[in-house]
Design a protein around this ligand. Structure first.
Ligand SMILES: *Cc1c(COP(=O)(O)O)cnc(C)c1O
Length: 496
């Protein structure tokens, strides 16, 4: 970003220090304005693709535009055409309101732009990330001083890494000769409530989507261990090759935590690898009060923990953590003539992870953790958990029926005052739609063991008791305007 001359002189590549300061200042003002004003914006935009595209037609990129105007208009587009996950009334899908320090840390990463592929190019940033992943691993209870891992674009990449590592360890020939060298087809197990990125991952790995065995859950939505045991036995009899059990710690829909200790026992007894997908709820490990809900996670071979969910970081920031440093090096091993030589005593991230060129994803979390402290994080996480409990109580008071049991702040609920759940899905959709259109809150719909439900999750560190009350009021109002379809008491129960 230094002053330039020659062919770029006079273009917006060539900003002087004054102009840079002015533009940085402008962006800070825009960001600050948004942070202070988001509460007054509708959480959900009302817009069609045509509207956005029509606006963008003014950008033909032929000639240059004034940077101020471009920045201001870009922010305006984001202000008008975004579901504001930074709004305290966003009771949504684990997308947090990023901590200001996280945004600043991300700015440092963008501006210094360290290349984390090889240790020797970015000793500071690589070691900062190693320090942070080591801390997270230890909070989870992975073996002290032996945690390996790295930042990822998100949970999906971390889960992909978990599958590749498990495949490589379970079937050493796969690295060179591929799945075709195996005497059977590898299969992995996750609960029917797990995050369905597993299907994409199995596709991407060449395992095929059917290699993902979605194990039924018990009525409490935790994986049914008996069903798992039976499925493994059945698959072995059929000549398939079970290699990995995935436990979900905090399911995406209902915040349910699989029985991790029992899964670890079972995986051990069956000789399978054990990965825990704790993309959202893994953050609970930072709170002494909540850490026990993750009991058993310390026995995992590897863990997925997103920083861009409950650790309130800007996207994308996942982590992959493992006790198996050697396995990671085997999975991603590579040497080339043109990459810098490896540094004794250090690991080159490009040879231990899926990415090659690598952004300093972890700086934002480092800066925030250092400034807020572990205890500060614990307070934020515990407060959101308390707000979840409040929401659960207030919904029950208002006559909603809560359908999921979890210690985490996600509440799935329905209204069966009018008898039966058949036909209720459309009605709950309509209730959610009304809440969204009113503009003060964002919630979603889901299904809990086949029962249609509304879903509200505390994901914003700025959400208060008053926001919870607003949501309950909005739901009441939406419900009263969305009467049951027909003469409800006589309506028959339809089988699902
Ligand atoms: C969000 C989530 C994922 C996917 O993570 P991304 O960061 O969106 O890639 C995977 N598993 C669980 C349990 C999740 O909640």
């Amino acid at each position: 970003m230094d002053g330039m001359d020659g062919s770029v002189a006079g273009t917006a590549f060539d900003l002087g220090p004054q102009e840079r300061r002015r533009l940085f200042g402008q962006v800070f003002d825009l960001v600050e304005e948004h942070a202070r004003g988001v509460r007054d914006l509708p959480v959900t935009p009302d817009v069609t693709p045509e509207t956005v595209r029509r606006h963008l037609e003014r950008y033909d990129f032929d000639g240059p535009l004034e940077p101020e105007g471009v920045l201001a208009d870009t922010a305006a587009m984001l202000r008008r055409w975004t579901v504001h996950t930074t709004h305290p009334g966003y009771f949504g899908l684990f997308n947090p309101n990023p901590a200001a320090l996280g945004v600043l840390g991300d700015l440092l990463a963008a501006a210094f732009n360290p290349q984390l592929a090889a240790w020797s190019h970015a000793p500071g940033a690589v070691e900062i990330e190693r320090h942070v992943t080591g801390f997270l691993g230890e909070r989870l209870g992975l073996p002290s001083g032996r945690v390996a891992g790295h930042f990822t674009s998100g949970g999906a990449e971390a889960n992909l890494t978990g599958v590749l590592l498990a495949l490589t360890r379970a079937f050493p020939q796969v690295g060179e000769d591929g799945l075709a060298a195996l005497p059977g087809r590898p299969v992995l197990y996750a609960s029917a409530e797990s995050h369905l990125a597993w299907l994409k991952i199995a596709h991407m790995c060449g395992l095929g989507r059917r290699a993902v065995r979605l194990v039924p859950v018990l009525p409490d939505l935790r994986m049914d261990l008996r069903a798992l045991t039976e499925r493994i036995a059945e698959d072995r009899r059929a000549g398939l090759l079970p290699f990995l059990v995935v436990g979900t710690a905090g399911t995406t829909s209902a915040g349910v935590i699989d029985p991790l200790g029992e899964l670890a026992d079972l995986a051990g007894a069956e000789g399978l690898r054990f990965h825990v997908d704790a993309a959202w709820a893994g953050a609970a490990a930072l709170s002494d009060r909540l850490r026990p809900v993750l009991a058993g996670i310390e026995r995992a071979d590897s863990v997925t923990l997103d920083a861009h969910k409950w650790l309130a970081m800007p996207m994308g920031a996942g982590t992959f953590l493992t006790r198996d440093a050697e396995g990671l090096l085997e999975t991603f091993r590579i040497t080339t003539a043109y990459m810098p030589a490896s540094t004794p005593g250090a690991v080159d991230p490009y040879a231990a992870s899926a990415q090659w060129s690598r952004r300093a994803i972890g700086l934002k979390l480092f800066v925030t953790l250092a400034a807020v402290g572990r205890a500060g994080y614990a307070r934020m996480i515990e407060r959101q958990t308390d707000l979840g409990d409040l929401l659960r109580r207030r919904l029950a008071d208002a006559g909603w029926r809560v359908l999921n049991r979890t210690p985490l702040p996600v509440v799935c609920f329905t209204d069966d005052a009018h008898g039966g759940e058949a036909g209720n899905a459309a009605r709950l959709e309509a209730v959610a739609e009304r809440v969204l259109r009113a503009g003060h809150a964002w919630i979603s719909t889901t299904a809990i063991a086949g029962t249609p439900a509304l879903r509200a999750c505390i994901t914003n560190l700025a959400t208060t008791e008053a926001d919870v009350e607003t949501l309950v009021t909005e739901l009441e109002s939406a419900r009263s305007q969305e009467p049951p379809p027909t003469a409800a008491p006589d309506r028959p129960h339809y089988a699902r």
